[in-house]
Design a protein around this ligand. Structure first.
Ligand SMILES: C[S@@+](CC[C@H](N)C(=O)[O-])C[C@H]1O[C@@H](n2cnc3c(N)ncnc32)[C@H](O)[C@@H]1O
Length: 224
C-alpha cells in the first residue's frame, strides 16, 4: 500500500452506538495487549507454538473469529476490523472465552497485509464483505485484483481462501477477480459445494440478517 495513494475506504461506519462504559473499560484494558504490534511482522513471533496462522478480514462483531479460535486453540488467528463497536464486541468475546490465540488489527486490513511476509498464512476468511452495490462504488469493494494478488503472496501453497456473500453481483465479481488470479483455484466440483455452508463454517451475525439478494454463497479457493 502506498502512503501517497492510500486505498479508497472499503468500509462504512467506524462507530455506531456509543460503547457502554463497561465495554470501553474492557477495551482499554485488553486491546493494547491484543493489538498486532506496528512495523514489519512475523506472525509466528506472536505465538511461536502456533501450528497454523489464519487471517479474518472484516470480522464484524468477531463471533466467527472467536468461535474458530476456540475450536482451534493451536492456531493463531489474526483479525482485522476498523469498526470500533465490532472491535469492542470481539474483545468481549475473546475475554469471555479466555482466548489466547487471537490478535487484532483495529483498522484497515490492507495496512496489516502490507507488512506481512510472503507465505505466512494458512487460511484467509472474507465473510460477507460490505457489498457496495452501486456501480460507482464497486471500486470500494475489498475484493480487487491487487488485494487478491497480495493474499496470494501471503498464503502458503495449499493455503485456503474463503469468500462468502449473499449479494449475487459480489459473488460473480469475486469469482471473476479471484478466478483470474492464476495463484488460486476454486475447489467447487458441484453446486452444493458453494450453496451449502461448509462443514467448518460458523454463521456470522451479518449473514443472519439476510440483507442480500440471494442465499449465502461460499467460495473456497486453494492457493496453488
Ligand atoms: C458487512 S460486514 C460483515 C462482518 C462479518 N464478517 C459478518 O459476516 O458478520 C463487513 C465488515 O468488513 C469490514 N471492513 C471493510 N473494509 C475493511 C478493511 N479494509 N479492513 C478490515 N475490515 C474491513 C467492515 O467494517 C465491516 O464490519
Amino acid at each position: 500500500m502506498s502512503d501517497a495513494h492510500p486505498p479508497l475506504r472499503s468500509f462504512g461506519r467506524l462507530k455506531s452506538r456509543p460503547i457502554k462504559p463497561r465495554q470501553a473499560a474492557l477495551v482499554e484494558a485488553r486491546l493494547p495487549g491484543l493489538r498486532i504490534p506496528p512495523g514489519p511482522l512475523a506472525p509466528r513471533d506472536l505465538m511461536p507454538a502456533a501450528r497454523e496462522v489464519w487471517l479474518e478480514i472484516g470480522f464484524g462483531g468477531g463471533e466467527h473469529m472467536a468461535a474458530q479460535a476456540s475450536r482451534a486453540p493451536d492456531t493463531l488467528i489474526l483479525g482485522a476490523e476498523p469498526f470500533l463497536n465490532g472491535v469492542a464486541s470481539a474483545v468481549r468475546h475473546i475475554d469471555e472465552q479466555g482466548l489466547t490465540n487471537v490478535r487484532l488489527q483495529d483498522g484497515d486490513v490492507r495496512e496489516l497485509i502490507a507488512r506481512l511476509p510472503d507465505a505466512c498464512l494458512d487460511r484467509v476468511f472474507i465473510l460477507f464483505p460490505d457489498p457496495w452495490p452501486k456501480s460507482r462504488h464497486h471500486k470500494r469493494r475489498l475484493v480487487q485484483t491487487d488485494t487478491v494478488a497480495e493474499l496470494a503472496r501471503l498464503l502458503k501453497p495449499g493455503g485456503r481462501l474463503r469468500f462468502a456473500s449473499d449479494v449475487a453481483h459480489y459473488v460473480d465479481w469475486a469469482l471473476e477477480i479471484i478466478g483470474a488470479d492464476p495463484a488460486f483455484t476454486w475447489t467447487a466440483a458441484r453446486a452444493d459445494d458453494w450453496r451449502v455452508p461448509p462443514a467448518d463454517h460458523i454463521t456470522t451475525r451479518y449473514e443472519d440478517k439476510r440483507l442480500g439478494d440471494c442465499a449465502p454463497v461460499f467460495l473456497d479457493f486453494v492457493r496453488i
